[in-house]
Design a binder for this molecule. Sequence first.
Ligand code: 3HC
Length: 282
Amino acid sequence: MDRLGVVGCGLMGAGIAEVGAKGGCSVIAVDVSDEVVAAAKERMTKSLAKAEAAGKLAEPAETILGRITFTSDMSALADREIVIEAIRETIEDKSALMSKLDSIVAPDTIIASNTSSIPVAQIAAASSHPERVLGMHFFNPVPVMQLVEVIACLVTDPAQADKAAEFGATMLNKKVIRAADRAGFVVNALLVPYLLAAIRALETGVATKEDIDQGMVYGTGMPMGPLTLCDMIGLDTMLLVAQSLYNEYLDPAVAPPSLLRRHVEAGLYGRKSGRGFYDYSK
Ligand code: 3HC
């Protein structure tokens, strides 16, 4: 498979399109918003320039970028062998997209959702060909993080899941792990309670944000502190992920803390909006 479609050109979608193009795929990247598309192009250009300067690219950045077509016309996906969606993390948005894709792509085109925490079965239920729907969960920043989780739900055709896993390993050059269809899969089910605990520590005055972050960086060797990581993931995404995990497990450890809700309500989404727990405006 080398004809990849990506729907949603935010942080994750742009990264997925970049790794697809780097792996040699022709990529059609779709987003409804021209603004998001322009930002995605800029982000990819910067990311590839950085990788090129570090000697990480086998081809010129321009050649890689040349494999990506950006459009707001969803029907451009008609000839794709695999479509990965990375749109907003709500079941309403993802279900609407599944039925739209049903009328555009071939019945055996793999549709992979980059859902962070919504069970794949819920998303597949909105497709008239649920057997080709599965999860491919990437990590931010996608061009740097090596992992993808592949999730087959109860109705996914195992052969399609195998094809998606092979595509992830060969064309996207990722380490692939398989996970069961439970909210959070492997990584977020372990990581998110830790991140939410850090927000609660800040909320209850255990320490300053700087000390919480430094504690985990210098005490445990994490590449970045948990509050910095929340800002990088996006606090709006963190809230949606926490809500999905809470819906699934009813575990207070994954209930969204008030401080997280307040940040999102105030439009403080983290690095992407210029301010989250930290200020990035400068
Ligand atoms: N293509 C290929 N390689 C690239 C690249 C690109 N576009 N851009 C950068 N790189 C390389 C760099 O050359 C560098 O390589 P080196 O280690 O060999 O020198 C490496 O990637 C790291 O890049 P940077 O130097 O730019 O970055 P830092 O060293 O400052 O590290 C970080 C930044 C990678 C973000 C690091 O702090 C980190 O690993 N943080 C944790 C991130 C994390 O946990 N992500 C998962 C979040 S959870 C998630 O996403 C799931 C979701 O569902 C919520």
